[in-house]
Design a binder for this molecule. Structure first.
Ligand code: ATP
Ligand code: LTN
Length: 354
């Protein structure tokens, strides 16, 4: 890697200083990932990806498609391959710029799987058994409760710790996995010295848990069997508007944010994040109007916000060669950066270096 590239995507690089100069403030490192289990939803966008593009202006950022994680649930091979490419193109369409951030596909960088094994050997069975995502997914896929589904948090910890990030921007559902990663850091550093930097979850205040449009007690999820439950970020405007029109709310009429009004609270949160208006302002703007008017307004605002993403995605998907160049370039840099942490870990745990 030449010096210019190193500074552009210098995840984990210490900045050089001349003798006598005060150490420059280290630019913080951000890392996050998303599974290619389908087209991203408005939940993924609001809870996570929306912040990723913004952060790349200020931090060193690394974002990746977590395809190895998707194997914990049975996938159709051709569909997974197609979805991985689409997910990569979607990240770029959501504003992640491969000239500013490190963007890659997890399985292209074998260091993730390798560190995952070492961290599995430092993960307690009891802690893994308490993961709510494991319990949920094991119940939903009772015919395929595999070892990977169980050790998933150790792979996620490896993804994170290889790049020594300061912050990990995710939605609320990933908080427990982040805590698990932090426990590994404490345990591992306690035994082997200061190997890993302690990462912190970065969870947005509003929209950390966008709920299903059909069952506001459940989170919006891209693998929901009912497509009316989620907004896909590639849905056409008329589809988006119709899904919001049919969103499940309560039997009242007043647009206000109150305990117990989960459906309307969810729509107000979405509208607030998308338009930048506060909940109070929204209550004032819709005073005297019914749910029908409000739902129509949320639908159009979301459709307008997602329009450029849909257009950029279509454009990127037309140039597969360019996309391949981007993910190869990302994998090459990611491999080089992550190899440094992996080598340090191998030495610390006592593996004989080749
Ligand atoms: P799956 O349905 O396959 O489990 P998912 O839609 O839950 O997928 P993930 O790939 O697990 O999506 O998550 C990607 C990112 O989006 C994570 O940071 C996660 O916390 C965030 N996220 C997922 N669903 C929501 C949601 N409903 N609200 C807010 N953030 C979300
Ligand atoms: N487990 C996450 C995806 C994921 C991730 C990561 C997020 C895999 N590795 C590392 C942040 C950092 C999910 O299902 N949302």
């Amino acid at each position: 890697m030449n010096e210019e590239t190193r500074n552009k995507n210098g995840i984990g690089n210490e900045q050089k200083k001349s003798p006598g100069e005060k150490p420059a403030e280290r630019k913080k490192i951000i890392l996050s990932g998303i599974q290619p289990t389908g087209i991203f939803t408005l939940g993924n966008y609001i809870g996570a990806i929306r912040n990723w593009g913004v952060m790349q202006e200020e931090y060193h950022c690394a974002y990746f498609i977590a395809d190895l994680h998707s194997l914990t649930v049975r996938q159709e091979p051709a569909a997974l391959r197609k979805q991985s490419l689409e997910a990569f193109a979607l990240l770029l369409a959501c504003g992640i710029d491969p000239d500013k951030s490190l963007v890659f596909i997890q399985s292209h960088v074998h260091n993730h799987a390798e560190l995952s094994w070492i961290l599995s050997c430092n993960s307690s069975f009891g802690a893994l058994s308490r993961m709510t995502q494991f319990k949920d997914k094991a119940a939903r896929h009772a015919d395929n409760v595999n070892a990977g589904l169980f050790t998933y948090p150790a792979l996620m910890a490896a993804d994170i710790l290889l790049y020594q990030p300061d912050y990990v921007p995710v939605g609320e559902d990933q908080r427990q996995h982040l805590e698990f990663t932090r426990d590994i850091v404490e345990h591992f550093n306690g035994i082997y010295g200061n190997v890993f930097r302690m990462p912190e979850a970065y969870i947005p205040k509003a929209g950390a848990r966008v709920m299903s449009l059909q069952d506001p007690a459940k989170k919006m999820s891209k693998s929901d069997p009912n497509p009316n439950a989620y907004i896909s970020i590639l849905d056409e405007p008329n589809v988006i508007i119709n899904k919001f029109r049919r969103a499940v709310t309560d039997s009242e009429t007043e647009v206000c944010f109150r305990e117990g009004k989960d459906g309307i609270n969810n729509l107000m949160t979405i509208y607030s994040v998308i338009t930048g208006r506060s909940l109070d302002q929204i209550e004032r703007d819709f005073a005297g109007k019914g749910y029908g008017d409000f739902k129509a307004e949320v639908g159009s605002a979301v459709a307008e916000k997602l329009r450029p993403i849909r257009e950029d995605f279509a454009r990127f998907m037309q140039d597969k060669e360019w996309l391949a160049q981007q993910y190869r370039r990302g994998a090459e840099k990611a491999a080089e950066i992550s190899a440094r942490t992996l080598a340090k870990v191998k030495k610390k745990v006592g593996l004989l270096m080749p």
